[in-house]
Design a protein around this ligand. Structure first.
Ligand SMILES: Cc1ncc(C[n+]2csc(CCOP(=O)(O)OP(=O)(O)O)c2C)c(N)n1
Length: 636
């Protein structure tokens, strides 16, 4: 295992600002270029945090691809994009790398508006093959000599989208290369039949032929096009004809060592001469070159700042996260109710299912990166009499929208969606924003939708959803809550009933979920009424109508886009009852959320205490908002 040395001298990397600088260097410099790139990455990420282990695993691959392909004319499409930090370093962004994921800094994933070397906006997995196919079809129809190469992990290859694209590619026989970066890991160990298949290819008898295959791939090829067919036979691994990919019409090459930059370059040069759809199976180690990350790639998938010599410390924060509330709740619920099943689309750690998997292995289902399947699987379980809980991030549930409507909601099935990372997500930026779920869920008949204001409400809402005989969702934000003690006694909320948590005058603040805390602070200064709305659907119509009669201004607050969100639900109620009350809808604006800290993004969206106050004052001028007793409402 390679150990990290803190030498900050980069003899080859110092000569590289852009890939064209790399391509001017001799082939013999590529191992040193890789070594420099790896040390640079470790130094930078230890200062700023971010995605880490996946980048370490593709150092040599990144060098080789930029060496062989004429980027940015040729396009490298990194699937998910969490492994693209080395690519960012080699493509003119070396000195900005420590700003990654911070407000105004480099984006967390590739993004064409950031660099011409980033071919596609990514963040969600398994889009690379389809997008590369689209580009290659277009290049070839335009008689362009450009290439688009898809680089997809074995985790990324578990999603339906990847197979849809492979299916299409095999039929079209478009000239294109897919690199399968196989490290046997998703965020956690990869699961599924394809993963087992890839593992079997690397074991026992087959491994001997891998070495043979690698040797063949390295031999120089005759350059002439007419020899292409012969070449193909020349470079194929011994067991290639039997592979699944070959059966689909995609030529399979490899597996090859993904940490030998010189061999990779020679291999890529050879394969480039072969026409048609091709897949190169590259074996890498996640975390390569940094011992703690090699030993624990799950922990080092994404990191905060750390001392590269000492490694990462375990977090010591005393407040519990919303994810932890869910994690405790699902274990307790499974103990109480044998029908409870937990489903995760490849997010065991992020969704808080580590303990559940240990305690209830036979009721735990990691379906790999397959959100659509996760939801339909839950529908099947519910039809068979169980109580499935789909633990899913807000942004990834977008992938399974049709399944939610078609498979779950139409039959009114008791599936509970525990939606994590809802609202403002922060450093993961626009591809991971949890801004839309209230809007896209609210319009589905039969759904019960809850937004907890704190940790305790989260638990009670999960109880409520599990007890409800139909589809329900509890959507909670990333990170820690206000620090409210969780009551472990079994309680449920009355469906559709809001709670007035402060009685005031003139102004009523109707808060949905996490903005409730800020609403209370604002209300103290305005002597306003505050309602913890709890339910986005069904919404408490009676209370809204009453409040509209005894207040001058209704303010709705949500960490969801204003368009079609919870505030819109309130507007619908007010319109229905013919109310003339003034209304202000506060929530996320109609633009994509950039990366930054949650606090910065909430402030940008006008959802922090001061901005809420300023917006209320703007539409409802008060002579003095500073003290309760001095509140005088001017005419509006
Ligand atoms: C649609 C979707 N679901 C879940 C994720 C979260 N996610 C980010 S990286 C990752 C694992 C990807 O594994 P793999 O493609 O093998 O890359 P590796 O990290 O092993 O290099 C997952 C599940 C995502 N980005 N997109």
């Amino acid at each position: 295992m390679t150990t990290y040395s803190s030498d900050s001298n980069y003899p080859v990397l110092d000569k590289i600002n852009l890939p064209e600088d790399l391509r001017r260097l001799p082939l013999a410099d590529m191992p040193q270029a890789s070594d420099d790139l790896r040390r640079y990455l470790i130094d930078a990420v230890s200062q700023c945090g971010g995605h880490f282990a996946a980048g370490l695993g593709v150092i040599e691959l990144t060098v080789a691809l930029h060496y062989v392909y004429n980027t940015p004319n040729d396009k490298l499409i990194w699937d998910v994009g969490h492994q693209s930090y080395p690519h960012k370093i080699l493509t003119g962004r070396k000195h900005q790398l420590t700003s990654i994921r911070q407000k105004g800094g480099l984006g967390p994933f590739p993004c064409p508006s950031e660099s011409e070397y980033d071919a596609l906006t990514v963040g969600h997995s398994s889009t690379s093959i389809g997008a590369a196919l689209g580009m290659n079809i277009s290049f070839q129809q335009n008689n362009s000599n450009q290439h688009a190469v898809a680089i997809i992990g074995d985790g990324g290859l578990s999603a339906g989208m990847a197979y849809e694209a492979l299916n299409h590619l095999g039929a079209l026989r478009t000239n294109m290369l897919i690199i399968l970066n196989d490290n046997e890991m998703s965020i956690s160990p990869n699961v599924g039949a394809m993963s087992n298949y890839l593992t079997r290819m690397l074991s026992g008898r087959v491994l001997t032929s891998v070495r043979e295959g690698s040797k063949r791939l390295l031999k120089p090829l005759p350059p002439m096009w007419e020899l292409a067919k012969k070449t193909e036979e020349h470079v194929k691994g011994m067991f290639a004809p039997g592979t699944l990919f070959e059966e689909m019409g995609i030529r399979y090459f490899g597996p090859v060592d993904g940490h030998d930059s010189v061999s990779l370059i020679k291999t890529l040069r050879n394969i480039k001469q072969i026409n048609g759809p091709k897949i190169l199976h590259v074996i890498t180690k996640k975390g390569k070159g940094y011992a703690p990350a090699e030993q624990d790639p799950v922990k080092y998938h994404a990191v905060g700042q750390f001392d590269p010599k000492a490694g990462m410390k375990t977090s010591t924060t005393s407040k519990i996260t919303y994810t932890r509330v869910f994690s405790d709740w699902i274990c307790d619920s499974a103990n109480r109710d044998s029908r409870v099943m937990a489903i995760t689309p490849a997010m065991r750690e992020g969704s808080g299912l580590i303990e559940f998997e240990k305690a209830f292995p036979e009721r735990y289902f990691d379906v790999a990166i397959a959100e659509q399947h996760a939801v339909t699987l839950a529908a099947g379980m519910a039809l068979a009499g169980n109580r499935p809980v789909v633990a899913i991030y807000s942004t990834f549930l977008q992938r399974a929208y049709d399944q939610l409507i078609h498979d779950v909601a139409i039959e009114n099935l008791p599936v509970l969606f525990a939606i994590d990372r809802a609202g403002v997500v922060g450093p993961d930026g626009k591809t991971h924003a949890g801004s839309y779920d209230l809007t896209y869920l609210r319009c589905i008949p039969n759904m019960v939708i809850m937004a907890p204001s704190d940790e305790n409400a989260t638990r009670q809402m999960l109880n409520t959803g599990l007890a409800y005989n139909g589809p329900s969702a509890v959507r909670y934000p990333r990170g820690v809550g206000p620090g409210v003690q969780v009551n472990h006694e079994h309680q449920v909320y009355e469906i559709g009933k809001a709670e007035i948590i402060r009685n005031g005058k003139e102004i009523a603040l109707l808060a949905f979920g996490s903005p409730t805390h800020a609403a209370l602070q604002v209300a103290e200064q305005l002597d306003a009424t505050v309602v913890d709305m709890r339910f986005v659907k069904p919404i408490d119509k009676t209370l809204i109508e009453t409040l509209s009669k005894n207040h001058q201004l209704i303010v709705t607050l949500e960490d969801n886009v204003v368009m079609g969100g919870a505030g819109s639900a309130v507007n619908e109620v007010l319109a229905e009852c013919g109310s003339q009350v003034r209304i202000l809808n506060l929530g996320l604006p109609d633009r994509h959320q950039e990366h930054g800290s949650r606090e910065e993004l909430l402030e940008d969206a006008g959802l922090d205490k001061d901005s809420i106050m300023a917006q209320i004052k703007q539409i409802y001028p008060l002579r003095d908002c500073a003290t309760k007793s001095a509140v005088v409402v001017s005419s509006i």
